[in-house]
Design a protein around this ligand. Structure first.
Ligand code: SF4
Length: 179
């Protein structure tokens, strides 16, 4: 957070979270070369692969191309598909509060980011040991009332105040008005 990155937002996802804020079913198909040229045009040496679910794509191939230009690679994934080794920074944001039967296949990484909407945090007792940083992010649910979102924000804030193993994560790009 706080460093410029190029966001590569891939289409499609293998989950359907009710509070998902991305219309991942609308996307344009591009050739690899065109994606690389577009990324290079920003003259930024950091890229985040996100989505939808980026691990549905061949991140190894695009990653190898970007590494020729010494670009640092991050991924934001729901964790159901293992992340290729070429990725430098792995952020897993599991959605098992909605999909209790989904299997997390990426059990280690740099960052575990839990979207909080009232679930029992004991759900993550095992998974959290695989990560260096553990974040709690209040769910912003457009279909819920201002009161529900406000109450959920306060609950998230209260958890991180009394439990210093969790750090507060905010969707900074939204606060800044960046899509
Ligand atoms: S895993 Fe992420 S992208 Fe997929 S539906 Fe859930 S919130 Fe949306």
């Amino acid at each position: 957070m706080g460093k410029p990155h190029v966001f590569v937002r891939f289409g499609n996802c293998n989950l359907r979270c009710e509070w998902c804020d991305t219309n991942f079913l609308e996307y344009e198909e591009l050739y690899l070369d065109d994606i690389i040229q577009k990324i290079l045009s920003f003259r930024c040496n950091r890229v985040v692969f996100t989505g939808g679910e980026p691990c549905l794509q061949d991140l190894n191939t695009i990653g190898k191309e970007l590494k020729k230009y010494d670009i640092n690679l991050s991924v934001e994934t729901n964790g159901t598909i293992a992340v290729p080794e070429i990725i430098d920074w792995i952020c897993v944001s599991p959605k098992d509060q909605l999909y209790p039967n989904s299997v997390i296949n990426q059990k280690f990484g740099d960052e575990l980011k839990i979207v909080y909407c009232g679930q029992d945090l004991k759900l993550y007792d095992e998974l959290k040991h695989g990560f260096d940083h553990i974040f709690l992010q209040p769910c912003y649910f457009e279909n819920e009332s201002v009161e529900w979102n406000g109450k959920n924000f306060v609950e998230t804030e209260n958890i991180v105040k009394i439990n210093n193993e969790w750090r507060l994560s905010l969707q900074t790009h939204k606060w800044l008005g960046v899509d």
